[in-house]
Ligand binder design. Structure first.
Ligand SMILES: O=P(O)(O)O[C@@H]1C[C@H](O)[C@@H](CO)O1
Ligand SMILES: Nc1nc2[nH]cnc2c(=O)[nH]1
Length: 292
């Protein structure tokens, strides 16, 4: 099944599949995580923060897709962070790798059945907002789901009410309390200068945007643009998991036709590496302060 499967054929990877994957994992680890973390491009170094780990390759987990992108290790790691039990995806899969939105977001349904109550999603993104700088972190307050508005989203298909309601609201997708906590911590950690709050726009990729597309996204009110995160957030909100999202600005989107700048994945990974310490500090402190 790929990203362009018809709506009627999209009911695979349902509750029973998530349950059997969760049972597979729970029988192989003693961790009982209430916090899930998904690491974006170049941000998987966060795994080093965890102690007492149990690690699984995506390819060895039933129903998981395998990551094919450099900078996404493709491991699911259980461990302790700030005395809390956490499950962390070191990398993710994307729709542009040939997967449906449902397949991409499936791990979040597994998280739900593992007992996760709070999801932290991170990603690398390009800046549309001209006041943003490369290296900025952006707490996500809202998203524009270009792919989903066209009908390609993980909640299409028969609704399974064991996960959630048929028509989930998304106006409150990014939890207000968690956003305030994230911004407060960023301030306390001396990161105020490079931490923003803004809107993430999702397109399928794998192409970086044209100049015209970037200009369009600017008019739409996007602050950054990326190729992930939103399917995971939709599934999390559908099943009642709270969401905190952070984008790392790895490049400025090109808005002038005569520009010499050309976005590329190497630059994205390099910036991930450069800012990884700050991202890790913020997420680690954040996890320590989460109240279930
Ligand atoms: O998984 P994320 O959203 O961090 O990855 C971004 C989008 C593309 O996969 C890649 C482009 O460099 O980085
Ligand atoms: N769509 C998109 N994704 C990104 N991920 C990192 N940078 C970019 C970008 O400029 N555009």
């Amino acid at each position: 099944m790929n990203g362009f499967t018809t709506l009627s054929a999209s009911n695979v990877l349902g509750y029973e599949d998530a349950k059997s994957t969760a049972e597979f994992l729970l029988s192989r680890t003693d961790h009982r995580p209430t916090i899930g973390v998904i690491c974006g491009s170049g941000l998987g170094g966060m795994v080093k923060l965890l102690t007492d780990t149990d690690s699984f390759e995506f390819r060895d987990i039933p129903n998981f897709a395998t990551s094919t992108v450099v900078g996404h290790a493709g491991k699911l790691v259980f461990g302790s962070l700030q005395d809390k039990s956490v499950v962390l995806m070191q990398g993710r899969v994307h729709m542009y790798e040939g997967h449906s939105a449902r397949k991409v977001a499936f791990p979040v349904r597994v998280f739900k059945l593992l007992g996760v109550k709070t999801l932290i999603v991170t990603n690398a993104a390009g800046a549309i907002n001209r006041t943003y700088n490369v290296g900025d972190l952006m707490v996500i307050c809202d998203h524009i789901n270009l792919v989903g508005l066209a009908g390609l989203n993980p909640l299409v298909g028969v609704n399974d009410s064991r996960f959630g309601t048929r028509f989930p609201p998304m106006s409150t997708a990014y939890d207000k309390g968690l956003r305030s906590l994230g911004l407060k911590l960023a301030s306390e950690l001396g990161m105020k200068e490079f931490v923003r709050e803004g809107v993430y726009s999702f397109q399928s990729g794998p192409m970086f945007e044209t100049v015209g597309e970037c200009r369009l996204l600017n008019v739409l009110g996007a602050d950054v643009t990326g190729m992930s995160t939103v399917p995971e957030v939709l599934v999390a909100r559908h099943c009642g998991i709270r969401v905190f999202g952070v984008s790392l600005v790895t490049n400025r989107c090109v808005m002038e036709l005569d520009s010499d700048e050309v976005p590329n994945h190497e630059e994205v990974l390099m910036m991930g590496e450069k800012r990884s310490a700050d991202m890790q500090r913020l997420i680690s402190e954040f996890v320590g302060k989460i109240v279930d």
